[in-house]
Design a binder for this molecule. Structure first.
Ligand code: 13P
Length: 253
């Protein structure tokens, strides 16, 4: 287990209507309790952020968006700006999720713009990176994540880089039930931390949290979290049920 405070984040993706989100958030407030041993973040859909924000206001649960547009305002139909997310209470915003890279063809450069725009508003970016099955099988895992990480970090000061959380989500492990083994995840996380030391500095590498995502569930979270460079989890499916999210948040007890 690392020296960094663990962070367990639930990415609800395109699930739960307004009523369902509010009811679920109320259950989570109870389930998480007032003094969890970890930082707890939930990322509901954009249209429910405001309502969920009010439900979790007096709890330790923090709010994240699932996406953002880098422009501050203007003719970008269907999009939402960093300031808008900030105004509804988002502490974090996920950028560069593989589903957005795949289905919406988001590039490393566009994701970097989003992350810079969030930082300018004081919203903390959770930048997702990860290789496809094809890339893993072709021996390109490290070069792929290195390029994505470099695009996220290059040119940032140490202070700026420390606002980032990096989520390593191998695409082949997302929603497939096929988790990377703790050793596979640790190998990549260790590599990423070394890269952060090279791209920024060692102190920043020691402080940036690296989350693992991809079929994390109560039965595998403890083993993953025992690895030195795994500082938390970005959870999809298992974050949608109170019982499993409770167990994930309380994995230490
Ligand atoms: P699953 O936990 O459902 O595999 O999803 C992971 C993920 O994409 C979180 O962002």
């Amino acid at each position: 287990m690392s020296q960094r405070r663990p962070l367990i984040a639930g990415n609800w993706k395109m699930n739960k209507t307004l009523d369902e989100s509010v009811a679920f958030a109320k259950e989570l407030v109870e389930a998480v309790g007032s003094t969890p041993d970890v930082d707890v973040v939930i990322a509901p859909t954009t249209v429910t952020l405001h309502a969920v924000s009010q439900v979790i206001a007096d709890s330790p649960i923090q709010l994240s968006a699932q996406n953002v547009h880098p422009q501050p305002s203007g003719a970008y139909t269907g999009e939402v700006s960093p300031a808008m997310l900030k105004a509804v209470g988002c502490t974090y915003a996920i950028v560069g999720h593989s589903e957005r890279r795949q289905y919406f063809e988001e590039s490393d450069a566009f994701i970097r713009e989003k992350s810079d725009a969030l930082r300018a508003e004081g919203v903390l970016p959770i930048v997702c990176i990860g290789e496809s099955l094809e890339e893993r099988e072709g021996g390109q895992t490290f070069s792929r994540v290195e390029a994505q990480l470099k695009a996220a970090l290059e040119g940032l000061s140490a202070e700026e880089a420390k606002t980032l959380t990096i989520a390593y989500e191998p695409i082949w492990a997302i929603g497939t039930g096929k988790t990377a083994t703790p050793a596979q995840a640790q190998e990549v996380h260790h590599f990423l931390r070394q890269q952060i030391a090279t791209l920024v500095d060692q102190d920043t590498a020691n402080s940036v949290r690296l989350l693992y995502g991809g079929s994390v569930k109560p039965s595998n979270v403890v083993a993953l979290m025992q690895e030195d460079d795994i500082d938390g989890a970005l959870v999809g499916g298992a974050s949608l049920k109170v019982d499993s999210f409770r167990q994930l948040v309380h994995f230490q007890s």
